[in-house]
Design a protein around this ligand. Structure first.
Ligand SMILES: Nc1nc2c(c(=O)[nH]1)N[C@H]1C(S)=C(S)[C@@H](COP(=O)(O)OP(=O)(O)OC[C@H]3O[C@@H](n4cnc5c(=O)[nH]c(N)nc54)[C@H](O)[C@@H]3O)O[C@H]1N2
Ligand SMILES: Nc1nc2c(c(=O)[nH]1)N[C@H]1C(S)=C(S)[C@@H](COP(=O)(O)OP(=O)(O)OC[C@H]3O[C@@H](n4cnc5c(=O)[nH]c(N)nc54)[C@H](O)[C@@H]3O)O[C@H]1N2
Ligand code: SF4
Ligand SMILES: [Mo]
Length: 891
């Protein structure tokens, strides 16, 4: 099809059915297409879009549960100024005035924007234009600094541009897939399932998982290499040396298209491989497999990026692909999978402090003047702005006096989070744009601006394989919420730049962006979508997913397979990489390394996923994985609590004793904030050390001490209403008919019933109690009108009750057996949720495996439906099968 300008235009082939909107999932960088259908009453149903190339109809547990996250409970519906609701005009006037006054008095570098890879490209474009072109500072950075910055820097060093060479289709064709520092099964589940399907179709395909921890992803791996943290550069240096030793270098490719080979090999040859912590046999087998199969894809993620030498880790991987010419061809290449839905779009649009839009560089005078001219901008910074960690340091030191945080929650997600929280608190003027006021950052804002959220907003995102897709609104903006691009343009207009920010909508912003990309293309950059520079509003509305570039002569495809790179000499660059020791080393005071990461069913700081009871049941509490040997040395029993402490701060977490990790290493999830836990913010413990090249924090490398948290009692509470405990430890999660809360205290109440009434705010409800004050046991249920309103189970040890069963009783008619904490024989406790789609618990699955002699994941699916919808739980089902068989074998 052709649009008015005569350019090829990828229109949707499959027209949306009436009432159904084709949009894109707002969570991970897989970028799955979603069909969202509204019932007209604010509720939506969700299906995977079969026509979307990223997922071909599949969705994971988080994508499938999107319909449970769009209600208006706790949504921010009006601007708030100094704690009081305000109208838009006064809020926007204040923001513009304070920014202008600060700039007038202290210069443009005294203000900053901290934005997000979850913004749409159009939002990002105008934020970047305002800061860099009009305010005239480079001080706009994004949470992608915590996420993709090392990949960006590594790509630029190796390829001269920040471009992912390959496509998802490469995963179908590869003979070997190496997953480095990536828990794909939980973090990019649809890609994981794609690999699982490819492996099933071609059982000869091999998967290697390189991670200090055994994770759900290890389940698909033929080999799991439990690498010592930070051993990745040494491992890939070793591989490069072996590639050369075995004569596997692609001599032609290297001679014609690669620079730096000799120096890189020299550095690799001297590498001490003992720092990988892997045995000689493990190393030899890995090298043999990688070298022996031409079609190798090396996927990597935060175990690579989030390191004090993450950029070197990226280049250790790209070195091996360049030396063998295995790049940009079907079934082979390095593949950095992106985290957020628009992490990639943000990089393209110049969201990072050291970049300009369309892969142009802020420090290149030619690029700078081209963008300045195009924007007709009054000014342009000549140097990069402050990167995230430095930006908040500058806030803390008073060098930045006004900051606008958009679509991210730095008081939870940045390292040294207590320091960041204090910096924001002490800042003269803080603006936060969010969809809810219930975030640790939003609560510190002077001005809180209500943004529209997923399901309401319109624009584009780019996924991990350079596919640009539309997000489309299916619900009206609630209350006074406005689109992020609109809010930014409204402020720009009030600062005097109305003409440059006068857009009718995202389509007009997209056209300007596409036109600028044409200029970038002429300057020799690869990001060029200029074929869409004149796209009509109607065609933008109908735009189907497409891979960039999109120009008159080129559409999509892979990069660099032809040996053309974007460096000054046009060659791919290999780097001489020295093996560095991790920035923080365990010591007598801080003997453990703290690894951090994600769980399957929660998204970051949980402002959305915690709204879904289904997603909240998989992991209902923040926890610390501890190796059994360490646990016994420290006197940590399973299900007790541990205090994790670094010089920066501390957290108290539930102890999970497991041999998934290595001795001397502990692991904690990143999701819990001050909104749903007393002490679960793990970034309070993480040290703010960054990679000197990329500025990305070493989020997986803090060193800590761990000790038992001495509680006098532990509790489990159920309540129909939300509660706000004051205890030393608490963590709450949404359940179907209310809340479930874990508690622990260092002081035992004198009067348990009075304590429980205060906890639940139930002064008058009838109580049924079972209290043994002397031994410290208390079980108290409150009911009203014969229905259970709340219950507390307390004991001097971790409370052993059937939590899922009890949770299901809330709001129900009071069952006299409630206080037993156990279900009657005819109503077994399903246990913690494994399959979120069909709500199937671990006990139900284990019982079926045993009673029905189930031996495969598919058989579990046939018996219980578990694992048959989104498939995110299939690795856990496989693990349950394995543990059940092992148990049987041992019996
Ligand atoms: N369910 C869920 N999915 C998500 C997200 C979410 O919040 N929840 N967030 C999205 C985002 S923004 C991102 S960035 C991605 C992140 O996706 P991933 O990077 O896959 O996730 P993480 O759990 O942070 O870390 C991956 C693994 O790195 C390992 N690791 C730690 N140190 C090292 C090391 O030195 N070397 C190696 N080789 N491995 C190491 C950890 O043990 C961990 O298992 O996930 C995206 N998808
Ligand atoms: N220790 C440790 N720390 C980490 C990591 C780790 O692995 N270990 N991972 C890091 C990584 S990779 C990432 S990406 C970050 C993520 O960290 P954050 O970006 O801080 O986490 P989110 O919870 O995704 O924050 C998004 C915010 O935007 C709001 N929001 C949602 N939609 C919209 C919208 O349309 N408009 C606006 N204005 N607001 C919206 C949400 O309510 C939420 O408050 O965490 C980083 N921190
Ligand atoms: S894999 Fe899951 S979270 Fe990621 S985009 Fe697809 S549905 Fe969304
Ligand atoms: Mo991320």
């Amino acid at each position: 099809m052709m649009d008015g300008a005569g350019q090829p235009l990828p229109l949707t082939e499959e027209k949306a059915q009436s009432g159904t909107v084709c949009t894109t999932c707002p969570y991970c960088g897989v970028g799955c297409g979603v069909l969202a259908r509204s019932n007209g009453r604010g509720e939506i149903t969700i299906k995977g879009d079969k026509a979307h190339p990223a997922n071909e109809g599949r969705l994971c547990s988080k994508g499938s549960a999107l319909g449970e996250t769009t209600d208006l409970d706790d949504r921010l519906l009006a601007p708030v100024v100094n704690g009081a609701e305000a109208d838009w005009d006064s809020a926007l006037d204040l923001v513009a005035e304070r920014f202008q006054a600060t700039i007038a008095e202290h210069g443009p570098d005294s203000v900053a924007f901290y934005v997000s890879g979850q913004l749409l490209t159009e939002d990002y474009y105008v934020a970047n234009k305002l800061m860099k072109g009009f305010i005239g500072s480079g001080n706009i950075d994004t949470n992608s600094r915590l996420c993709m910055a090392s990949s960006v820097a590594g790509h630029k060093r190796a390829f001269g541009t920040d471009t992912v060479p390959g496509l998802y289709a490469d995963l179908d064709e590869a003979d070997v897939i190496v997953l480095v520092g990536s828990n794909l099964a939980w973090c990019h589940p649809v890609l994981y399932q794609r690999i699982a399907a490819a492996k099933k179709a071609r059982p000869g395909m091999k998967v290697v998982n390189i991670d200090p921890r055994r994770t759900a992803t290890s389940d698909i791996a033929d080999t799991h290499l439990s690498i010592a943290p930070g051993g990745d550069v040494a491992l890939f240096n070793g591989l490069l040396a072996e590639i050369a030793a075995q004569g596997a270098v692609d001599g032609d490719f290297v001679a014609n298209h690669v620079s730096g080979f000799e120096a890189a090999l020299d550095a690799a040859n001297g590498t001490d491989l003992s720092v990988t912590g892997l045995s000689g046999e493990e190393l030899a087998a890995f090298f043999h497999l990688w070298i022996g199969s031409e079609k190798v894809v090396t996927i990597y993620s935060q175990g690579v990026n989030q390191s004090s030498f993450g950029t070197d880790k990226v280049n250790a991987i790209t070195n091996c692909h360049l030396a063998t010419g295995r790049i940009g061809k079907p079934g082979m290449g390095p593949f950095s999978v992106t985290g957020q839905p628009n992490a990639m779009g943000g990089r393209e649009v110049g969201g990072l402090a050291n970049m300009l839009a369309c892969h142009l560089d802020i420090e290149n005078p030619e690029h700078r003047s081209a963008v300045r001219e195009f924007w007709d901008a009054p000014t342009m910074p000549e140097v990069a702005g402050l990167k995230a960690v430095d930006m908040f340091r500058a806030v803390g030191e008073g060098r930045i006096k006004a900051i606008w945080v958009i679509c991210t929650n730095p008081a939870v997600s940045l390292p040294d989070a207590d320091g960041v929280r204090a910096a924001i608190e002490g800042c003269d003027f803080v603006v936060v744009s969010d969809i809810t006021a219930q975030t640790d950052t939003a609560q510190l804002a002077d001005v809180l601006l209500p943004a529209t959220g997923w399901g309401e907003k319109d624009g584009t995102v780019t996924n991990s394989e350079r596919c640009i897709s539309r997000q489309r609104g299916v619900l009206p903006p609630p209350g006074q919420a406005r689109h992020d691009w609109r809010i930014i343009c409204d402020v720009a207009a009030r600062m005097g730049w109305g003409a440059a920010f006068d857009y009718s909508g995202p389509a007009e912003i997209f056209r300007e962006y596409a036109a600028l990309s044409g200029i970038a293309g002429k300057l020799g950059r690869d990001f060029d979508i200029s074929a869409l520079a004149a796209i009509s509003d109607r065609d933008f509305e109908a735009m189907a997913p497409f891979h960039w570039p999109l120009t008159e002569t080129r559409q999509g495809g892979r990069f660099f397979g032809d040996g053309r790179f974007y460096t000054p000499d046009g060659k791919g660059r290999m780097l001489a990489l020295e093996v560095k020791a991790p920035a923080s080393m365990p010591s007598a005071d801080y003997p453990f390394r703290l690894n951090t990461g994600r769980v399957r069913d929660h998204w970051h700081t949980m402002t959305r996923t915690a709204k879904s009871p289904r997603l909240s049941q998989h992991m209902a509490e923040p926890y610390l994985e501890v190796h059994p040997d360490d646990a016994s040395r420290l006197g940590l029993l399973p299900a007790t609590l541990a205090k994790v402490q670094s010089p920066q701060g501390s957290a108290v977490l539930r102890v999970v004793v497991t041999d998934r990790g290595r001795k001397g290493e502990v692991f904690a999830p990143i999701h819990w904030s001050g909104q749903n836990s007393a002490t679960g913010r793990i970034d309070a413990v993480v040290t703010a050390i960054t990679d000197p090249v990329s500025g990305q924090p070493d989020s997986k490398g803090a060193v800590v001490k761990v000790e038992p948290f001495e509680a006098t009692w532990f509790g489990f509470a159920l309540s129909v209403d939300d509660i706000h405990p004051q205890s030393a430890y608490w963590a709450k999660a949404r359940a179907k008919a209310g809340w479930r809360t874990e508690l622990a205290c260092t002081q035992t109440p004198q009067d348990w019933e009075a304590y429980a009434r205060g906890l639940f705010g139930l002064a008058d409800a009838e109580a049924v109690t079972m209290v043994d004050a002397r031994r410290g046991f208390a079980r108290i249920a409150f009911h009203e009108g014969g229905r259970l309103r709340a219950a507390l189970f307390a004991a001097p040890e971790p409370v052993a009750v059937a939590r899922t069963h009890l949770t299901s009783l809330m709001g129900e008619e009071l069952d006299p057996a409630t206080l037993s904490g156990r279900p009657a024989a005819d109503r077994p406790d399903p246990g913690a949720t494994i399959c979120a789609c069909f709500d199937v618990g671990v006990n139900t699955i284990l019982a079926a495996i045993q009673n029905q002699n189930l031996t495969t994941v598919d058989a579990i699916g046939a018996a219980l439906h578990a694992g048959t919808n989104c498939g995110s739980c299939r690795p856990e089902l496989a693990a349950l099968l394995l543990s059940a068989t092992q148990k049987e074998a041992a019996e």
